[in-house]
Design a protein around this ligand. Structure first.
Ligand SMILES: [Fe+2]
Ligand SMILES: [Fe+2]
Length: 307
């Protein structure tokens, strides 16, 4: 697939716009913290961000923090030579902006507890991340879905944050994720053309077991439930803004010339989408109950939605 990688890399470099993270941080809102600079410690009352947005930003940031592990997974699976290597390093350099600018924003705005955030980062990055995807096609299918899901998560978090600076920042990051998705999706289109059966089998496997890379964050389930109930990222979003557009754009259901395994995978993806629709509708009822319950009392760590 080297020629495809080269073509899509050139396409990416032609449209990717460089941007400067320091220009997106509200430095004038910042003040010194306690510690060597003898400023003031963080207090929950200082955050103007809605609770679900705080949860979303913590998940999004810690997910971005694990970039060294993602770099290792992708570079060791796809190689660091030729166009693949140029892409992996360029992608890593772009991704590296996301965690640094998000953390600077949260610190300047005093949006979340910086001590708890650092503790979570040490534990999460300390655990590392590995995926056990069986083939390079599975890895490509996974990153295609993941980049689109990440774009949507950042964009929706920005839209819900109630802070114009935050919204502009999250839109900027999600524009990067969109270009990453376009690279991988373009590659997957070519993969479907070159290896239609294997590519559809890998995609079906990835859709069936899909979990975002941040699910290992300590306390993820409780946070993800609040993010889902707030409509920032949930099964509806995953289905309507991630899986359905992707399956359509890749022409999965109209791919012809398949052998028995490819046809089976195609049918499986169709069934999977129907099942997800039913699950999303059940989850909607649970979110409504959770929101009603939250409206009548403060949220607790124990309030969780079953996965
Ligand atoms: Fe990112
Ligand atoms: Fe990305």
């Amino acid at each position: 697939m080297e020629p495809s990688v080269e073509r899509l890399l050139n396409q990416h470099l032609a449209v990717a716009r460089d941007w400067l993270p320091h220009q997106y941080v509200p430095w004038s809102a910042a003040s010194d913290f306690d510690g060597p600079l003898e400023g003031s410690g963080w207090d929950p009352g200082q955050s103007a961000l809605p609770h679900a947005v705080q949860d979303a930003l913590v998940i999004n940031l810690l997910t971005e923090d694990n970039l060294p592990s993602y770099h290792f997974e992708i570079a060791s699976r796809l190689g660091r030579d030729g166009a693949w290597g140029t892409w992996v390093h360029r992608w890593t350099a772009e991704e590296d902006r996301h965690s640094s600018v998000l953390r600077a924003y949260l610190h300047a705005r005093r949006g979340v507890d910086p001590v708890a955030l650092e503790d979570l980062r040490m534990r999460h990055v300390g655990n590392g991340y590995r995926n056990d995807l069986p083939t390079p096609l599975h890895l490509l299918a996974y990153v295609t879905v993941q980049e689109l899901a990440t774009r949507q998560a950042h964009r929706n978090t920005g839209a819900a944050c109630g802070d114009h600076v935050g919204e502009v920042l999250m839109a900027r990051i999600s524009a990067d994720e969109n270009l990453h998705m376009l690279f991988y999706r373009g590659l997957y289109e070519d993969a479907i053309r070159a290896f239609p059966d294997d590519a559809l089998v890998a995609l079906a496997d990835v859709i069936r077991g899909f979990r975002m890379p941040g699910t290992e964050i300590p306390g993820f389930r409780a946070r993800a439930a609040r993010v889902a109930a707030a409509g920032i990222f949930n099964l509806d979003v995953h289905l309507e803004h991630v899986l359905q557009p992707l399956v359509r754009a890749l022409g999965v259901m109209t791919t012809t010339g398949l052998g028995p395994t490819g046809r089976e995978a195609q049918e499986h993806i169709g069934r999977q989408m129907e099942q997800l629709k039913a699950q999303a509708s059940r989850a909607r009822d649970i979110y409504a109950r959770l929101n009603a319950c939250r409206a009548s009392g403060p949220a607790t760590e124990e309030q969780e939605i079953p996965a």
